[in-house]
Design a protein around this ligand. Structure first.
Ligand code: ASP
Length: 289
């Protein structure tokens, strides 16, 4: 039975979560349905995670990916994303892109159309454009609400990064993550999300997408840590908790979603909230706190 798990970023129990509760839950459900449709149409796990992330990238202001991403300190937006396929560890990622309408599609373009794993900035957008990924002017991604937020809270940990993991009916695994990074970050800063082994990972054992304090996730090698534990026989939830504990030792918080080859899942976080959802067969569950 196929399993899809998604997250909308680890963060605080913000006022938004309360006032926009229905919108969050609706967005999560739509993303899960879109992934399921792809699988029903014969898509692979990587197509399903890409589809789910695209829906969440389209959620302006609610989620921190694609249009409506958080702003860097200078008021610009730099977006990053990664996709990874478990069967052959095929990985594609982009960092600090400013024009690709769906950064997750730009990551997929790097995987499908280049011999590389991670590309950055304008050159990454150009690869995406050549592969047919829609492009927009950088201003398109900036919303009035995010600009007002930057003025109020210059370095807020807004959360809202998005991610998806999937085990398809054939047992193949895939992961995808997309983010605008941290509000108020220095332009040029890259977090864990586009880095295979840190914020995103898929191999034959497990698929993982992370969210949280990117620097501490990078320094802990969170996703690869979880995969090594799972490969050695640790149950997936215990593996996720162990990796989050290491992040905690470095002073960071966050969350992970993961699915293993047997279809076991983990949705773990050390923050107050992490919008998240799961679809197993036809059953959908969604949560905020
Ligand atoms: N991990 C992301 C980053 O550091 C942020 C997040 O998940 O909220 O860029």
């Amino acid at each position: 039975m196929p399993v899809v798990v998604i997250h909308g970023g680890a963060g605080s129990r913000s006022a938004d979560l309360k006032t926009c509760r229905k919108d969050y839950l609706q967005a999560l459900s739509v993303a899960l349905e879109r992934a399921a449709t792809l699988l029903e149409q014969g898509g692979a796990a990587i197509d399903a995670v890409q589809a789910a992330v695209m829906v969440m990238e389209d959620e302006c202001d609610l989620l921190n990916a694609g249009r409506g991403s958080v702003l860097c300190r200078d008021g610009t937006i730099e977006m990053s994303a990664a996709v990874m396929r478990g069967d052959d560890r095929g990985a594609g990622a982009v960092a600090a892109v400013t024009r690709s309408r769906h950064p997750v599609l730009a990551a997929r373009a790097v995987l499908d159309h280049t011999p590389h794993v991670l590309m950055v900035g304008a050159r990454a957008d150009a690869v995406a454009a050549a592969a047919g990924v829609a492009q927009r002017e950088p201003e398109y991604f900036i919303t009035a609400r995010r600009r007002a937020r930057l003025d109020d809270l210059p370095s807020d940990f807004a959360g809202g990064t998005v991610g998806a993991v999937c085990r398809d009916a054939t047992g193949s695994l895939a992961a995808a993550t997309s983010t605008g990074g941290r509000q108020g970050q220095l332009p040029g800063r890259i977090g864990d999300s586009p880095l295979p082994g840190a914020g995103t990972w898929a191999d034959e054992h497990v698929a993982i997408s992370c969210t949280g304090d990117g620097e501490e996730f990078i320094r802990s090698g969170v996703a690869r840590h979880i995969s090594a534990l799972v490969a050695a026989g640790t149950p997936i939830a215990a593996a996720a908790d162990a990796a989050l504990a290491q992040v905690g030792e470095l002073g960071g918080t966050g969350g992970v979603i993961a699915v293993d080859a047997g279809g076991q899942v983990a949705l773990r976080f050390t923050t107050e909230a992490m919008p998240r959802g799961m679809r197993r067969g036809a059953n959908i569950s969604t949560w905020l706190l």
